[in-house]
Design a protein around this ligand. Structure first.
Ligand code: HH2
Length: 273
């Protein structure tokens, strides 16, 4: 899953693809590198981010969804278009324009219309765990057993989605790395990711360029400041390979080609391809 952020403030690429033409070209490049899914988002969820008004989010993402849906038609294996939103009107417009997956970081808690919309449109959805909300989520997050609590949360959200008419086969789950979690929580979730397999749904993992990788890499090299976003590919590769080995099947990343290669080598090593 290649990330297309159409935002001025995303933590790693904010402002780079705010222009629709550039965002479409970027998405097309990720598809050419092997992305099976393009995840288009118009609202940053980085720690501390402020919510974006509906009209503004629509204005950012719609031309990009339309452009990439049109571009996808001419590709030999067209990528699926995903809309990263927690607002039902944005999801609705994107589904109308060619998206077929709704990546909702609130796991259908953000908008009461979202579950019914996804069910009515026969779309797929990704349910992600988040403790709190982006504005405040990194202020001292606490868990007893983080993996058990995330699994329990996802089990309840799966039940909720199914009870609102979304078929189980159309649902993916995601532990929400970095969403209300300390470095230790993120690492524990990755280490014990296989425990989420019990839920029987495909596992999405999103570690790409995230802050905890910058801190770990800095410690490895003896640097005092965290490695900045552009230097976090090593950590991104390591965590995606380990997540793959523990059962993840969708990898939400900024750098599609290197992750594709790392996963191909991991699969060959495990005798899976
Ligand atoms: N992470 C981000 C955004 N959406 N969706 C899922 N399912 N899983 C994730 O881990 C996830 C997500 C944050 O990353 P990014 O989009 O690069 O940054 P920002 O939210 O600042 O735009």
């Amino acid at each position: 899953m290649g990330i297309v952020n159409v935002t001025p403030d995303s933590f790693s690429d904010g402002g780079r693809f705010l222009d629709p033409g550039r965002a479409i070209a970027h998405g097309a490049r990720l598809a050419a590198e092997g992305a099976d899914i393009l995840d288009i988002g118009g609202e940053s969820t980085r720690p501390g981010a402020e919510p974006v008004p509906l009209e503004e989010e629509l204005r950012r993402v719609l031309p990009v969804v339309e452009g990439l849906a049109a571009a996808a038609e001419s590709l030999p294996s067209p990528p699926q278009i995903s809309i990263d939103t927690s607002k039902a009107p944005v999801a609705e417009a994107a589904l109308e324009a060619g998206a077929s997956l709704v990546n909702d970081v609130t796991a259908l808690r953000g908008d009461p219309e979202m579950a019914g919309l996804i069910a009515a449109r026969g779309a797929e959805c990704c349910l992600m765990h988040m403790l709190g909300e982006p504005r405040t989520m990194q202020l001292e997050p606490r868990y007893g057993d983080v993996v058990a609590e995330v699994r329990e949360f996802l089990a309840r959200r799966l039940e909720f989605a199914v009870s609102h008419g979304v078929p189980e086969e159309r649902i993916l789950i995601d532990p929400g790395i970095g969403f209300g979690k300390t470095e230790a929580h993120n690492l524990e979730l990755l280490r014990r990711l296989d425990e989420l397999r019990e839920l029987g749904r495909p596992i999405v993992i999103g570690t790409s360029r995230k802050q905890f990788l910058g801190r770990i890499q800095a410690r490895a090299s003896g640097a005092s400041d965290p490695v900045d976003v552009d230097g976090r590919l090593a950590g991104t590769l390591a965590t995606n390979v380990l997540a793959y080995e523990r059962g993840a099947s969708v990898f939400r990343v900024h750098d599609v080609a290197p992750v594709r290669d790392a996963l191909a080598v991991a699969a060959a090593t495990l005798g899976l391809r």
